[in-house]
Design a protein around this ligand. Structure first.
Ligand code: HEM
Length: 384
C-alpha cells in the first residue's frame, strides 16, 4: 500500500510537502531521530495552532501532556501514569470483557451489519466512558466531541454553523469532565478519576486545567484510534479468511495479529513536531521553527526496517512498529488499546467463524491524521 510513501522513502526521505509546507519524514531511522530528541523537535508549538482566533475560547486539550515538553512533560506524565498503571487495567478488564460479550451477542447471525457502528465504535466508547466515569447516556456524543476537537486547526471551518458546533462540543466536554471531577472530589471511588485526584509527586498535584485537559485527551485519543484498529482487524478477516480460522484455532496468536494490524494500517498516520533550531536531518537542512510531520503510515512500511513490509504477515519477527509513537510521548493508552482489541476479538471469534464483505461499499474517514474505516458493511456467519 501507499506507493507515494514508497517513492518518498526512496527519493526524498525528508522533504517539504504541500499544502502546508511541512517537512515530511518518511523513513524509520529519521522518524526515530525526531521522536527521540524532544529538545530539537518540540511539541508545545502545536498548542498555538490548536487555539486559533476563530475558536473564540480556550482549547482544553492543549493543557495535556501531548502538547508539553521536558521538564513539564515529565512532571505531568509521572502524575497521570500512576493513575493508568497495571492495577487500573486489571480493574477494567472484566468490564471490557462484559462490554465485548454483550456487543457480540447483539450482532446478527447471517445478516448484514456495519461493523464500525455495531462493534468497533461502541466498544472503545463504553471503555472510555467507564474510564472517565461518564454517564452511559453520553456515549453517543463521544464521536461528535472527538471529531469536533480534532477539527480545530488554524484554518476555520467554512461553515459558520460548524464553528458553532465545535465550540458547543468543547463546552459540553469541559462541562461533563468538570462534573465528574467534582463528584469524585466529594465521593472518591476505586476508579481512574479518583486516582488522578489523589496523584501526587513530591508535593505536586495536577491543576484543574491539567485534569480537564488530560480527560479530554483520553476521550479523543482513545476512541477513534481503537475503533480503526478493530475495523482493520475485521477487514483482514474479510480479505484473508485463513487468518480468522487460524486465530480461532490458536487464540494465543491474537496479540501478534493485533501488532501486525497496527503496523500495517496505523490508526494515527502522522504526528507533528517543530524544530527548536536549524537541524540537519536525512540530508535536508530544516530551518528553526519548521513543522515536521512524522509519517507513521510510511515508516511502518520502510523496507530497511521491515524487509517484507508490504505484506500482511502476522509471523513477521516482532520488529518494533511505531504506531504508538516512540520516546517520551509513547502512547500512554497502548496497553489499554491492546487489551481492548484482544478481548474484543476473543469475544468475536468465540461466536463467528467467518466475516464476509457486506453489500454496501466500505467508507474511509477523510482525516489525514487519524486514518481508517468509518464504515465497514459485513456479513457474519457463526462458527461451530
Ligand atoms: C499518545 C497512538 C490508544 C492515550 C499517542 C501517540 C500515538 C498514539 C502515535 C504519540 C503521539 C505523539 O508522539 O505525538 C494510539 C493508537 C491507539 C491509541 C494507535 C489505539 C490503537 C489510546 C488510548 C488511550 C490513549 C486507548 C487512553 C485512553 C494517549 C495519551 C497520549 C497518547 C494520553 C499522550 C502521551 C504523551 O504525550 O506523553 N497515542 N493511541 N491512546 N495516547 Fe494513544
Amino acid at each position: 500500500p501507499y506507493p507515494f510513501f514508497a517513492e518518498l522513502r526512496r527519493t526524498a526521505p525528508v522533504s517539504q510537502v504541500e499544502p502546508a509546507g511541512m517537512w515530511a519524514v518518511s523513513r524509520y531511522a529519521e522518524a526515530l531521530t525526531v521522536l527521540k530528541n524532544p529538545q530539537l523537535f518540540f511539541s508545545a508549538g502545536m498548542a498555538a495552532l490548536m487555539t486559533p482566533p476563530w475558536l473564540g475560547r480556550g482549547n482544553p486539550s492543549v493543557n495535556s501532556i501531548l502538547f508539553m515538553d521536558p521538564p513539564q512533560h515529565g512532571r505531568l506524565r509521572a502524575l497521570v501514569s500512576r493513575a493508568f498503571n497495571a492495577s487500573a487495567l486489571n480493574r477494567l478488564e472484566p468490564r471490557i470483557r462484559d462490554f465485548a460479550t454483550s456487543l457480540v451477542k447483539a450482532l446478527p447471525a447471517d445478516g448484514g451489519v456495519d461493523f464500525v457502528s455495531a462493534f468497533a465504535l461502541p466498544l472503545p466508547a463504553s471503555v472510555i466512558g467507564e474510564l472517565l466515569g461518564l454517564d452511559p447516556s453520553l456515549h453517543s456524543r463521544f464521536k461528535r466531541w472527538s471529531n469536533d476537537l480534532v477539527s480545530v486547526s488554524a484554518v476555520p471551518p467554512e461553515d459558520v454553523a460548524m464553528q458553532t458546533r465545535v465550540r458547543q462540543s468543547l463546552d459540553e466536554m469541559e462541562h461533563h469532565m468538570k462534573e465528574v471531577l467534582e463528584d469524585r472530589r466529594r465521593q472518591p471511588r476505586e476508579d481512574m478519576v479518583s486516582d488522578l485526584l489523589r496523584a501526587q509527586v513530591e508535593g505536586e498535584r495536577l491543576t484543574e486545567e491539567e485534569l480537564v485537559g488530560f480527560l479530554v485527551l483520553l476521550l479523543s485519543g482513545g476512541l477513534e484510534t481503537t475503533m480503526h484498529l478493530l475495523a482493520q482487524a475485521a477487514r483482514v478477516f474479510i480479505e484473508e479468511p485463513g487468518v480468522l480460522a487460524r486465530l480461532r484455532a490458536e487464540p494465543s496468536r491474537i496479540p501478534a495479529f493485533i501488532e501486525e494490524v497496527l503496523r500495517y494500517e496505523p490508526p494515527i498516520h502522522l504526528t507533528i513536531r517543530q524544530t527548536t533550531q536549524e537541524v540537519e536531518l536525512g540530508g535536508a537542512r530544516l530551518p528553526k521553527g519548521a513543522l515536521v510531520a512524522v509519517l507513521l503510515g510510511s515508516v511502518n512500511h520502510d523496507e530497511a526496517q521491515f524487509p517484507q513490509g508490504d505484506r500482511f504477515d502476522m509471523d513477521q519477527p516482532g520488529t518494533q512498529n511505531l504506531s504508538f509513537g516512540h520516546g517520551i510521548h509513547f502512547c500512554l493508552g497502548a496497553q489499554l488499546a491492546r487489551l481492548e482489541a484482544r478481548l474484543g476479538l476473543e469475544a468475536l471469534l468465540a461466536r463467528f467463524g467467518s466475516v464476509e464483505r457486506g453489500e454496501a461499499p466500505e467508507e474511509w474517514s477523510p482525516s489525514m491524521m487519524v486514518r481508517g474505516l468509518s464504515s465497514l458493511p459485513v456479513r457474519l456467519r457463526e462458527g461451530d
